[in-house]
Structures are given as C-alpha cells and as structure tokens.
Ligand binder design. Structure first.
Ligand SMILES: [Zn+2]
Length: 162
C-alpha cells in the first residue's frame, strides 16, 4: 500500500502524540499487542468511568489532563480514545454507574480487561482502593490516584529519595 506524504506525516504525528502521552503504554502496545492495555505503567493511570454522549459509562484510563477541564481517556475493550470533560467522568469503582446490564462483546471485553488490569496493579503496587465512585475534576486527579494506588505514590517517593 502506497501512502502519500500527508498520510505518512499524519501517522508520524499520531505516533509522537502517543509517545508523549505515555512511553510505557506505547512500548507495551508494540511489544505485547494482545494484552498491552492490561499492563500497568510505572506511573499508573487513574481509572475512571467516562461518559461519552450517546454511550453508557465505560471504563477507561486517564492518559492526560488537558486545558479547559478536559481529560484524554483511553477505553478498555475498544482501546478508543476520547477527549471528555472531567465532570463527565467518575473515579472507577466496581459498580457500573449506568446501572443497566450490557451484554455486548465489547462490554465483556472491557470488563475482563479492567479486571485483569486491576489484578496487575495490585500485584505491582499492593492495595488498590476502588470502593467509592467520586466525580472527577482535573484538580483532583493526582489525589484520586494516590487514594486508588497508595503504593504507587509511596514507591515514587522512595525512588526520588534515593
Ligand atoms: Zn501508560
């Protein structure tokens, strides 16, 4: 397949943007194509239920905090990304906030992946606290991440003290 220069530039831009968001996710995607999304990063991403207009709440990872109270979310199962208002997201909890059952293949894949990811986070960082589902704001992401994964912030602290 022949690509035009514009298409190649577009591809390179996408790759650079993905590397900027998280190098570890980018590398995992290249090296573990079948299960890269479940792999935790050394600086883990906050897990959320994100609501895109027209869709139910869906589990995802906050990849980046953007201006104007928005966040870049990468979704479990579909691996799609979306830019969403933080106020449209809830911090991840085991309870699906939509409250209606969903039996699609994509949904089942998303739930399997988020549970595998949580198990890997627990193996890597210890306790994972996901009991309460609070509304997200860009100002509180760091705080929520520390509550969700206290071991990750303690590890970061001990690494900086070395
Ligand atoms: Zn990552």
């Amino acid at each position: 397949m022949v690509k035009t220069v514009d298409e190649m530039i577009c591809t390179i831009h996408c790759q650079v943007a993905a590397i900027r968001k998280c190098q570890e996710c980018y590398i995992a995607r290249q090296e573990l194509p079948a299960h890269w999304f479940q792999e935790p990063c050394s600086r883990p991403h906050l897990l959320v239920w994100a609501k895109v207009r027209g869709f139910r709440f869906w589990p995802g990872k906050v990849m980046e905090v953007l201006p104007n109270g928005r966040v870049d979310v990468h979704f479990f199962g579909t691996h799609n990304t979306a830019t969403i208002r933080a106020s449209e997201c809830l911090v991840y909890s085991p309870q699906d906030p939509t409250g209606r059952p969903c039996r699609t293949k994509k949904w089942r894949k998303a739930i399997v992946e988020v549970n595998q990811h949580l198990a890997k986070l627990a193996a890597q960082f210890g306790d994972v606290n996901i009991s309460s589902s609070k509304q997200l704001s860009t100002a509180t992401i760091k705080e929520h991440l520390e509550t969700m994964l206290p071991g990750a912030s303690q590890r970061k602290l001990s690494e900086t003290q070395k």
